[in-house]
Design a protein around this ligand. Structure first.
Ligand SMILES: Cc1cc2nc3c(=O)[nH]c(=O)nc-3n(C[C@H](O)[C@H](O)[C@H](O)COP(=O)(O)OP(=O)(O)OC[C@H]3O[C@@H](n4cnc5c(N)ncnc54)[C@H](O)[C@@H]3O)c2cc1C
Length: 805
């Protein structure tokens, strides 16, 4: 009977990398299965360019490591790369990118158009504004690199079997991986890694798992050398995002690819198993705009003949991040898929991280944004997922501004209050399928936001004063917001409390009706989530998280369940309850108008949840605050939400109530020092560094991360999340990620940013060395300028509500 310690499905660059790293970690008995020959999927079609330039710290590290690995294998040509700005807006984007790269430790340089032309004499300087020069970048031959990795894996003991298609994945008790079935044998194993590229969703389905990834076509062409314009072999790679193209020199000509505006998705219901390495019929007409774009930077290319136009899909996810990690509910199953046209950049680092996860249970990189289970039921519709994937592709190069909203597949989910918000003049953005108010323009027709920032570019937003008005309502009177998209997860049963207590830094075992603000922690003390937990009954809890994190957090909670835990049900209940947030000094007066229940300071203390009646509607009111003012979140069945909203609006009118959207929340919460998961808090930060030590109850008994946090408390932290006041009172275009410099070197990067309308300050958070205390001066690199910033106290506007404990 065949057996392997781990089976890797797929012989592309990703599978080869996973097998290599597993073998390198000592799992020699690893078997890679490929249904055809190695490099029979997207891998054989890659143009082979790899750049480290990426604003995501994890992706940048994946790529830097991948390059190092290919170089070690002798499969990488370091020729450097130039990323051009062919418009003033793009130049700013590149300046921002350089600052962000420096903020995560990648030293890149923005060079002038003259310098770019010196590095690449073949280009014209027409429209050229400058370029980012990354000397360590380069290219590879996909076939050579994959075979080199596979050979290295074999040398370390891994088995590689081709012409063997996996036809089934067998699960044992508890949904645990037991074996894989191929067309000729059954192989017992406890670990399966799906590295099946565009076939990955079908492979996952063999284990009853739904993953979200769509094949989207990509094209590139080999252009013949133009006599008199032969390109040197060692010419740097180039990317010209304004013209949507990338390329490298080959045989005196160029391999040219790019990102079309309307890429087709194909085989969205399933990829034929018999499809292998063959290219698909190309679409010359679709490629023409890219050829024209390239000819604007390399005019002689207008005369170049095409040797071959290649067309093949790659697996695109809705956010163009790969799917990397374990799969909740199926112990032993791991994903390394959805490479989203980034396979060679990603595969080296992904293989290493996944092997660390499999063999040691943890990795040193933040894989939160790559969790294979982060998408939810809303994405379990191939057409919708395909629309999002196509949009992600379209914006691969095409400039997407930070405030732009998603455009595809809308509207998808609307709250019970949607029509009320339409009547008020809401501008809707989208999050995890939900239409949500970004801000509200009273008197203006409602609309859905899209690429709005394209209209005003890097300037102060035209709706700045609208946000200021909304801000004032919450701070000075009373503001109201539809927060129905909040992610809600219910845990029920005798296992609920032990699980939550084990994974939370804060004490969960409090009387029913308590609301607990806590971080969910990994074993190393890193933060996996930032949530509130409401104890509804002895063994019934509701975890509330951000709309975009609900599936991510729920899957993570499932992964934390142990076989020995008492019985427990974990269920998403987001759609079962609408949520109205109401905060401001007059919030109590408004609530008193609409309910006969006691909502007084003494009768309804902070961090408590109570059932109240509002015009016959049963409402669970939670006295919490994210904006730092008195107020409540009101949880109510969607069928009742409209009339509760109407009653609050009517009662609030004499007190100046105003509806707001999500955009103003950053301004409100940052003035009070409140954090946001994903930007301010992550797996690589711990709550003590984040200034959330008050949420960590070291004396409550054992919990995830307790020991490392005890050690941190004893030895002291080395860095601390600080609030910065950047520049002066005037609006400063900071978006997050910008490098923070001190004494001439980059020491950190910005996390959340917002203009604080009460404080009249540009606020930003950054983890800084502990020596940089309030009063210290630093500089923030904003579009190539060094802007002064001062470290301030956490909350620049004093908190009026007690700190949650
Ligand atoms: C035209 C084009 C140009 C590109 N250019 C670049 C570039 O310049 N730089 C870059 O970084 N990336 C580029 N990419 C992206 C990159 O090629 C992919 O992201 C990467 O190759 C994906 O590798 P993979 O191993 O995940 O998937 P694949 O290469 O698709 O490998 C999956 C493998 O799984 C096998 N398989 C599937 N089902 C089974 C089964 N049931 N049993 C056994 N085996 C199975 C398949 O046969 C296949 O070999 C490009 C992609 C395309 C299409």
């Amino acid at each position: 009977m065949a057996q392997a310690r781990a089976v890797v499905i797929g012989g592309g660059i990703t599978g080869a990398s996973v097998a290599y790293h597993l073998a390198k970690a000592g799992w020699r008995d690893t078997l890679l299965l490929e249904k055809d020959e190695l490099t029979s999927g997207s891998t054989c079609h890659a143009a082979g360019l790899v750049t480290q330039f990426n604003p995501s710290p994890t992706m940048m590290r994946f790529r830097s490591y991948s390059i190092e690995l290919y170089r070690e294998l002798g499969a990488f040509e370091t020729v450097g790369s130039l990323r051009f700005a062919s418009s003033p807006e793009q130049l700013k984007e590149l300046q921002r990118g350089v600052s962000r790269a420096r903020g995560i430790g990648l030293n890149v340089e923005l060079v002038s158009d003259e310098e770019a032309a010196r590095l690449m004499p073949a280009i014209t300087r027409r429209q050229l504004q400058g370029a980012v020069w990354v000397p360590g970048d380069g290219h590879l031959d996909p076939h050579t690199a994959t075979h080199a990795l596979a050979a290295a894996a074999r040398k370390l003991g891994a088995g590689i079997v081709t012409q063997q298609r996996v036809s089934g994945i067998e699960l044992g008790p508890g949904g645990r991986i037991r074996a894989v079935q191929t067309d000729s044998q059954r192989i017992e194993t406890e670990v399966v890694v799906i590295a099946g590229g565009i076939w990955a969703p079908q492979l996952a389905a063999m284990a009853g798992v739904f993953i979200v990834s769509t094949p989207v076509d990509h094209q590139h062409a080999a252009l013949l050398a133009v006599p008199g314009h032969e390109l040197p072999h060692d010419m740097p790679c180039f990317r010209d995002p304004d013209y949507l193209v990338y390329g490298k020199s080959e045989a005196g000509g160029v391999v040219l690819g790019g990102y079309e505006a309307e890429p087709p998705a194909r085989w969205i219901d399933g990829v034929p198993w018999e499809h292998a390495g063959t290219s698909l019929p190309p679409d010359q007409a679709r490629f023409e705009p890219l050829l024209a774009g390239a000819a604007r930077r390399f005019p002689f290319l207008g005369e170049a003949g095409i040797v071959k136009l290649v067309c093949h899909p790659d697996a695109m996810t809705p956010d163009s991040n790969p799917l990397v990690g374990p799969v909740p509910g199926v112990p032993g199953l791991f994903m390394a898929a959805g490479l989203s046209l980034n396979g060679f950049g990603g595969a080296g680092g992904i293989g290493r991280s996944l092997a660390q996860l499999i063999t040691a249970g943890e990795t040193d990189l933040d894989l939160h944004g790559y969790r294979p289970w982060r998408f939810g039921p809303v994405h379990h519709d191939h057409r919708y997922a395909a629309e999002l994937a196509r949009e992600a592709y379209k914006y691969y190069y095409y400039l997407r501004y930070p405030y732009d909203a998603d455009e595809a597949g809308r509207p998808r989910r609307t709250s019970a209050l949607h029509s009320r918000l339409q009547d008020l003049g809401a501008v809707f953005g989208a999050k995890h399928g939900w239409e949500r108010p970004e801000y509200i323009e009273p008197g203006a027709p409602w609309r859905r936001a899209g690429a709005d920032q394209r209209r005003f570019g890097w300037q102060r937003p035209p709706y700045f004063e609208v946000l200021a008005e909304e801000h004032r309502a919450f701070r000075e009177r009373v503001g109201i917001i539809d927060m129905s998209s909040f992610g809600k997860i219910e845990l029920r049963g005798p296992g609920a409390l032990p699980l939550l207590e084990r994974v939370s830094g804060n004490l969960i075992d409090r009387p029913a009706g308590s609301v607990i603000y806590t971080q969910l922690l990994e074993q190393n003390g890193g933060m996996a989530a930032d949530v509130t937990v409401t104890r509804l009954a002895a063994d019934h809890f509701r975890v509330v998280t951000g709309a975009g994190y609900v599936n991510s957090d729920m899957g993570w909670l499932r992964l934390q369940v142990r076989g020995s835990d008492p019985q427990l049900e974990i269920r998403e209940t987001t759609g079962e309850l609408s949520v109205i947030g109401m905060w401001g000094p007059h919030a109590r007066a408004v609530l008193e108008h609409v309910t006969g229940d006691d909502v007084s300071e003494g009768g309804f203390p902070f961090m408590q949840a109570r059932q109240i009646l509002v015009s016959g509607a049963r409402v669970l009111a939670q006295r919490v605050t994210y904006v730092g003012e008195l107020g409540w979140e009101l949880y109510v069945e969607p069928g009742w939400a409209g009339q509760v909203w109407d009653r609050l609006m009517t009662a609030g009118r004499p007190l100046g109530i105003r509806a707001g959207g999500y955009r103003v929340l950053d301004s409100l919460r940052m003035e009070k020092g409140y954090r946001y998961y994903g930007t301010d808090l992550s797996l690589l930060d711990n709550p003590i560094e984040a200034g959330l030590g008050f949420c960590v109850q070291l004396d409550k008994g054992d919990f995830n991360g307790r020991e490392p946090l005890v050690a941190v408390r004893e030895s002291g932290i080395k860095r601390r999340l600080r609030t910065l006041a950047v520049a002066g009172e005037e609006y400063e275009p900071i978006y997050g990620g910008e490098a923070v410099h001190h004494e001439g070197r980059a020491v950190s990067r910005l996390r959340s940013c917002a203009y604080g309308f009460t404080a009249r300050m540009n606020l930003a958070y950054a983890y800084l060395p502990v020596e940089l205390k309030p009063g210290a001066e630093v500089q923030v690199e904003v579009f190539g300028r060094m802007v002064p910033a001062e470290v301030t106290r956490d909350a620049v506007i004093p908190r009026t509500q007690p700190a949650a404990s």
